[in-house]
Structure formats: structure tokens, C-alpha cells
Design a protein. Sequence first.
Length: 84
Amino acid sequence: MSQQVDLTTIQERLDELAQRVSELERTVDRLGGADNQRPGSTKAPGHRPTDRVDLVTIPDVPYDNALWTDSDDEGLGVRDRRAP
């Protein structure tokens, strides 16, 4: 294929991609209303979504050492052997 044919094909694909993205945006707007959070949306700064996920507390106590049996230290190999 010549370079011109390749460039024409790429341009056609980009045009098709832009068209599909536009269709997707219209579909999202139709399904979710105008307040959808999309990059470049005109939401007021500091606006936070109302759905919040509960935080999970991780205890400060050490993990059970049995969890690390037969584990490898990244780049060092198995704990009871010498590193290469």
C-alpha cells in the first residue's frame, strides 16, 4: 500500500471513531440526563457525587506471618535462600 492510501484509511477510521463517540455521548445524555459526569462537563467546581462508598478500616496490628509462608521477596527470591 502506498503512503497516501494508508493516510486516507487512517483519516476514514478517525472520522468513524469521532462519529461513534458522538453517538455514544448522545446515548449517554439521553439515558442519564444532562447532569452526567463526563470529562469537560460544566459542573461547578467542588461538586461531589452524592453516592459515597463507605471506607474500610485497616487495623494496625501486624499480619499473621503464616500468610507469608512460601512467598517470594520481589527480586530477591525465597526468604530462606540466598539471593542470586
